[in-house]
Structures are given as structure tokens and as C-alpha cells.
Ligand binder design. Structure first.
Ligand code: PLP
Length: 218
């Protein structure tokens, strides 16, 4: 009984109860099914169960798996959730409808230029280095206002802010901080929360959660 559609229902129910508990409108939170490392067959099972939004971390892996899946399911949308190199901007613009990891001016310029050529501009979340970790991607909190100004004067629609809290510590304070930064800078979307912590992310205002293992593993 623990198949893809059961897991999907369980996650959707958990999101719905967190929305309700937080007195948020039902259906406000977008579930991004993180399909990195998963096979086309596993992805097909979730599509058959009704999931329509997927997230991949690496452009090359997405280029191998997704063109056939997207051709077979034109209403499915693909998001980029991983670190993106500027030299992959062209492929990224072709494949992805939304990018969660915009974090530097050079990538912004590359995406804008590719968007002009391809005639489509992905929505972008600005990734914030919320725990101020050296090794992590994301704009430094101090640099966020200036970077948001640049994104707002670019042709790329601003989807919101995204963050990955530091591992091994309680994530809620980081979710709350990201929500506060979004309010301070008049940004509405918040991409935060993964398999282990999406309920608290929804309680704290997430509008998109990125869930992988809880959807794909028993
Ligand atoms: C892998 C990944 C996820 C999903 O993580 P799970 O714990 O498997 O739900 C979410 N966000 C990002 C950026 C990831 O790389």
C-alpha cells in the first residue's frame, strides 16, 4: 500500500493540514517533487498519480531524463533547484520553467541573455545564504537588497526567495528569517522546506516546498 500515489496523498494531506493550522488559504503551497537521481519510471508513477511540478538539481541529468517526459506530458513543469553554472544558462532556459537558485549577477546576466535568445524567461527565486555558510550557494543577507534591485530591473520575473538552512540544526529560525527578509523587501514567494521539515516551513509561510525522499522512497 506504500506506492507513489499513497506517498503523494500523504504529503499533500500534511501540507493541507499545515496550511489549515496556520490559517492560510488551502492550496496556496506548491509542491515541487524533487526527482534528482530518480528514474523516468519512478517519475512516471508520480505523474500518473497526479503530480505536475518536478525539480532537478543538475542540468545535465535533467537534459538526459526530461525532454521525453515533457514531450509525453505537456502540462508538467520542471524547476531547477540546484546550483547553476552560467555556461548552462541556455539549456536551463529551455528546460526549466522556474529557477530556485539565482544567486549572483553573472548568472542573472546569462539567464537574461539566454531568455532573449529563446524568447522565454523562467521565473526566478533568489537563493539566500541564510546560515551564512562559506560552502553554500546563495546571496549574502547584506547583499540581498542590491541584488533584488538588479533582478527587478531584469526581464526575469521574480518568484521569491529560496533558502536551504544549515544541516543538523533546527531549521525553523532560518525559515522565519527568510520570511522576514521577504516581508522587508516586498517579496511574496518563499521556496523553503524539504522532506524533513516542510510542515514547519508551511507554518512559517512557504509558498513552495521541495520534497524528494518522502515522495520517492518507502
Ligand atoms: C535534494 C534537494 C531537496 C529535496 O530533499 P529531500 O530531503 O529529499 O526532500 C530539496 N531542495 C534542494 C535544493 C535539494 O537539493
Amino acid at each position: 500500500m506504500n506506492d507513489a500515489s499513497d506517498r503523494l496523498r500523504t504529503i499533500r494531506d500534511a501540507i493541507a493540514s499545515a496550511e489549515k493550522l496556520a490559517r492560510r488559504p488551502a492550496g496556496e503551497v506548491e509542491l515541487v517533487a524533487v526527482s534528482k537521481t530518480r528514474s523516468a519510471e519512478e517519475i512516471e508513477r508520480l505523474i500518473a498519480a497526479g503530480q505536475r511540478v518536478f525539480g532537478e538539481s543538475r542540468v545535465q541529468e535533467a537534459e538526459e531524463k526530461w525532454p521525453a517526459l515533457l514531450a509525453a506530458h505537456p502540462d508538467v513543469r520542471l524547476h531547477c533547484i540546484g546550483r547553476l553554472q552560467s555556461n548552462k544558462a541556455e539549456s536551463a532556459v529551455r528546460l526549466f520553467d522556474t529557477i530556485h537558485s539565482l544567486d549572483r549577477p553573472s548568472l542573472l546576466s546569462a539567464l537574461a541573455a539566454s531568455g532573449e535568445r529563446e524568447g522565454r524567461f523562467p521565473r526566478c527565486y533568489v537563493q539566500v545564504n541564510i546560515g551564512e555558510e562559506e560552502q553554500k550557494g546563495g546571496v549574502a543577507i547584506d547583499a540581498l537588497p542590491a541584488f533584488l534591485d538588479r533582478v527587478r530591473s531584469s526581464p526575469l520575473p521574480l518568484a521569491g526567495l529560496m533558502a536551504i538552512p544549515p544541516l543538523g540544526v533546527e531549521p525553523s529560525p532560518y525559515f522565519a528569517l527568510l520570511a522576514k527578509l521577504a516581508r522587508r523587501h516586498d517579496v511574496t514567494g518563499l521556496s523553503m522546506g524539504m522532506s524533513g521539515d516542510f510542515r514547519s516551513a508551511v507554518m512559517l509561510g512557504a509558498t513552495a516546498v521541495r520534497v524528494g525522499s518522502a515522495l520517492f522512497e518507502e
